[in-house]
Every structure is written in C-alpha cells, then in structure tokens.
Design a protein around this ligand. Structure first.
Ligand SMILES: [Zn+2]
Length: 124
C-alpha cells in the first residue's frame, strides 16, 4: 500500500501539497481502535518525511497520544496544520510548540478528498 501511495504522490507531484489526512480520533474508536490508529499515525510520518511534504492532521480527543507521537517523530515532521482540535488550552500550547504547526478550522472537504477528486478527474 505504501508503494502505491508513493507512486500516486510522485505521479501527481504538481498537485500534491501535503500528506493527509493523518492523525488520531478517539471519538471514532468504533471505526478503528486506538492502538491501530497510533501504529499507522507513526507510519504516516515516514511518508511525509520521504516526500518532504507538510502534513494535514486530524486530532480529536487524543491530544496526549497525538503530541507524544509527534514528539517522537518531530525529526521527520516539516510542517502541518491540525484540524478537529478538541483539546484544552494546555494541549493547544503543546501542539503549537512544535515548529511550523498550525491549528486549522475543520472543513467538510479534506485535502484527501480534494486529492481524490483531482485524481479521479484526471483519470476520467
Ligand atoms: Zn479530519
């Protein structure tokens, strides 16, 4: 799967501006357990690092684990924007302590969806 993603990123490098959406959502544990989310969140840093792209991030009800994983991977993190933020003021300050990290407003159309639309429109 990873090689497929690299292939898509490379094939559409002109249009791909970030890796995402990545992150943790503990309000959606019925879709995916926390341990699985954490495992793949860490792997997504490798994709961002290899492609040298910023990350489009999602964090809901998972501030402690999110910031812990970000801290462990900060050498592979260049920049990012986090949406769906539901943390405390302390969580906000911790998140914004990472270099080139921003908190964004939640949107109904994600970068992934926009990218998918671009790929589909290009292919069809
Ligand atoms: Zn999201």
């Amino acid at each position: 799967m990873t090689s497929v993603i690299y292939s898509i990123v490379n094939s559409y490098a002109t249009y791909v501006v970030a890796i995402g959406e990545c992150g943790l959502d503990y309000d959606r544990l019925h879709f995916c357990p926390a341990e699985i989310q954490k495992k793949y969140f860490e792997k997504q840093f490798e994709l961002a690092y290899t492609t040298k792209l910023p990350m489009f991030l999602h964090m809901r009800a998972a501030a402690e684990d999110f910031c812990e994983i970000l801290e462990k991977n900060k050498s592979r993190f260049s920049a990012g924007v986090t949406h769906s933020f539901t943390g405390s003021a302390e969580d906000r300050d911790k998140l914004l302590s990472f270099s080139d990290m921003y908190i964004g407003e939640s949107v109904s159309v994600t970068v992934y969806q926009l990218f998918s639309i671009c790929v589909v429109n290009t292919i069809t």
